[in-house]
Design a protein around this ligand. Structure first.
Ligand SMILES: Cc1cc2nc3c(=O)[nH]c(=O)nc-3n(C[C@H](O)[C@H](O)[C@H](O)COP(=O)(O)OP(=O)(O)OC[C@H]3O[C@@H](n4cnc5c(N)ncnc54)[C@H](O)[C@@H]3O)c2cc1C
Length: 445
C-alpha cells in the first residue's frame, strides 16, 4: 500500500474526468425536450429555484430559437446560471419539483436546457446587460466566489463601482477551487468570471487577503459599503488520535490540488477512507477513485435516511465503485513509521433526534478496523472564526450574523453566502449576493 501519483495513463485521466453531464448533441434533441415543457402556471420549478429563474419563460424562448432572450432571462435572475446548470443538485431543486417527476415521468432536463443558452452566451461573449450611469458610489466586496460576484454584478448594473478583493489568483471561489473537475472545468469557471466582469464597473484585485494585505477598517474608510463573502475554510478537525499522521488529508485541500495541478501529479492512496457524506465527501471519494485508488470507503455515522448528499450523488459514488460503511464514526487513526495504516471506527446506532432534527448517532461500544493508507476528512467545513472575531463581527461559532437586511453589527458592512449560512450550494450563494446588493443599494440611498 502506498500513496503515489501518476497511477493512470493520460487517456484514462481524460476519460475519468470528462464532463458527467454532456450537452445536447443536436439542436433538435434540445427542441424535443423543450417542447415537452407544460409551461405550468405558478410553476413549481421556479418556486424551488433559490434564485427564482423564470424557467418556463427561458424554455419557451429556446423553443422559438431565441437563445439570446433565453440567456438573458436566466442571467437576470442568476448571473452564474451557466455554472449552476452544471453543478446544481437539480434533483432536489427545479427538476425534482417538475410536474413530470410528480407523475413518475422523466422531468424536463432543465439544467441541460439552461446550459444550452448560457454556454453559448458565455462562449460568444454576448453583451446582455448594460450598466446604469455611474452613481459615484463605491463598494468593496471581499471574496470573488458566487456570493461576491453576484453581489458585484447586481451593484454594477445599478451604476455602483465595485472593487473585489480576492485572496486567490483566480475568481469563482469554490466553483473554481472546490467543485469536482468532472462537473465543471477550470476553463469554464474562468470564462464565467470574465463574462460577469465584462459588464464593466467591477475590478477584481487578486492575491489580496482580508486580515493580511487588506484590513476591514481600511475598507470601511475608503468605500461607501463593504460586502463580506469569504465563504468557509478547511475541513473540520476529527479530534481523534493519529490525525497528524502522513496520509491524513483535508478534503478541501485535496480537491484544491486536483483543481490547480495536473491530474497525474496528485498522489492518492491504494486504500482510501473518506469521512463524511456531504457533497465534499462525495467529490473527494469519486475523485480519489478516478485518480486510480483501488479501494475507496466512505464512512458515515448515520444511515441513508439522514445523509446530507442527494440520492443522485450517492449513486455517483456507488457507480464509481466507492463502498459506503453506514453507522460508523472514526475513533482512531493508526500508523507505522508516521504513515497511516489503519482506521478504527466506532459502530454507531441511531438515538433520539438532535438539533438538526435528524436521529443522532450513539456509540454501541463495538469497533471495526479498516486497512487504509489514506484518510480524507470531509465532515463539514470550518468558518473563519479568527478573522470574524478579530474584526468584532457578531457571529455564531464563526458564522457571521446578519439581520433581515443582510447587515452585520458593523455599520455599512454586509455579508452573505457560505460565511453566513455555514455552507450551502452555489445557487444559494448567488441569491445571497443579490439580497446583499439590494440591501446595500437601500443603504446607499
Ligand atoms: C468540495 C465541494 C464541492 C461542492 N460541490 C457543489 C456542487 O456540486 N454544487 C453546488 O451547488 N455547490 C457545491 N458546493 C458548495 C458551493 O461551492 C458553495 O456553497 C459556494 O461556492 C459558496 O459561495 P461563496 O461565494 O459563499 O463562497 P466561496 O465559493 O467559498 O467563495 C469565497 C471566496 O472568498 C475568498 N476568500 C476567503 N477568505 C478571504 C479573505 N480573507 N480575503 C479575500 N478573499 C477571501 C476565497 O478565496 C473565495 O474565492 C461544494 C462545496 C465544496 C467544498
Amino acid at each position: 500500500m502506498a500513496i503515489v501519483n501518476n497511477r493512470l495513463t493520460a487517456e484514462q485521466y481524460e476519460a475519468n474526468f470528462s464532463d458527467i453531464h454532456p450537452p445536447f448533441e443536436t439542436r433538435n434533441a434540445a427542441l424535443v425536450e423543450a417542447n415537452r415543457c407544460l409551461f405550468c402556471y405558478d410553476a413549481p420549478c421556479v418556486k424551488s429555484c433559490p434564485t427564482s429563474i423564470d424557467i418556463p419563460k427561458f424554455i419557451r424562448q429556446i423553443t422559438t430559437d431565441n437563445l439570446k432572450g433565453s440567456a438573458h432571462t436566466i442571467f437576470s435572475a442568476n448571473i452564474m446560471g451557466g455554472g449552476c446548470s452544471k453543478v446544481c443538485p437539480v434533483e432536489k431543486l427545479c427538476e425534482g419539483s417538475c410536474v413530470y417527476t410528480l407523475m413518475d415521468e422523466p422531468p424536463i432536463p432543465i439544467a441541460k436546457l439552461q446550459r444550452l443558452s448560457t454556454e453559448k452566451a458565455i462562449a460568444e461573449k454576448w453583451p446582455l446587460f448594460q450598466r446604469k450611469p455611474s452613481q459615484n458610489k463605491n463598494v468593496a466586496v471581499v471574496g470573488a466566489g458566487p456570493a461576491g460576484l453576484s453581489c458585484a454584478h447586481t451593484l454594477s448594473r445599478e451604476g455602483i463601482d465595485v472593487t473585489v478583493f480576492e485572496k486567490e489568483s483566480k475568481g469563482g471561489g469554490l466553483m473554481t477551487y472546490g467543485i469536482a473537475a468532472y462537473k465543471v472545468t477550470p476553463q469554464f469557471c474562468e470564462d464565467e468570471v470574465n463574462f460577469i466582469t465584462s459588464l464593466g464597473g467591477i475590478v477584481i484585485q487578486y492575491n489580496q487577503e482580508l486580515g493580511k494585505t487588506v484590513s476591514l477598517s481600511d475598507l470601511q474608510q475608503n468605500y461607501d459599503a463593504v460586502y463580506l463573502s469569504v465563504g468557509v475554510g478547511l475541513a473540520r478537525q476529527l479530534d481523534i488520535p493519529g490525525e497528524n499522521l502522513r496520509g491524513v488529508e483535508d478534503a478541501i485541500r485535496f480537491i484544491y490540488d486536483i483543481r490547480t495541478s495536473g491530474f497525474p501529479s496528485i498522489p492518492v492512496g491504494d486504500r482510501v477512507a473518506v469521512i463524511g457524506l456531504g457533497m465534499t465527501a462525495i467529490d473527494a471519494a469519486t475523485q480519489a477513485k478516478r485518480l486510480g485508488a483501488s479501494e475507496v470507503t466512505i464512512i458515515y455515522r448515520r444511515t441513508q435516511d439522514e445523509m446530507p448528499c442527494t440520492e443522485v450523488e450517492l449513486d455517483l459514488a456507488k457507480l464509481d465503485g466507492c463502498r459506503i460503511v453506514w453507522l460508523a464514526a472514526p475513533q482512531e487513526i493508526v500508523g507505522q513509521n508516521g504513515q497511516v495504516t489503519q482506521l478504527i471506527c466506532n459502530r454507531m446506532r441511531l438515538g433520539e433526534p438532535d438539533a438538526s432534527g435528524r436521529r443522532s448517532p450513539v456509540e454501541t461500544g463495538e469497533t471495526i478496523t479498516l486497512d487504509v493508507d489514506m484518510v480524507i476528512k470531509a465532515a463539514g467545513q470550518m468558518p473563519f472564526e479568527e478573522l470574524v472575531s478579530i474584526n468584532q463581527l457578531e457571529n455564531r461559532k464563526g458564522k457571521i450574523t446578519i439581520d433581515g437586511a443582510c447587515s452585520t453589527n458593523l455599520n455599512g458592512v454586509f455579508a452573505g453566502g457560505d460565511c453566513v449560512n455555514g455552507g450551502k450550494e452555489v445557487v444559494d450563494a448567488v441569491q445571497a449576493g443579490k439580497d446583499g446588493a439590494k440591501a446595500i443599494l437601500a443603504f446607499l440611498k
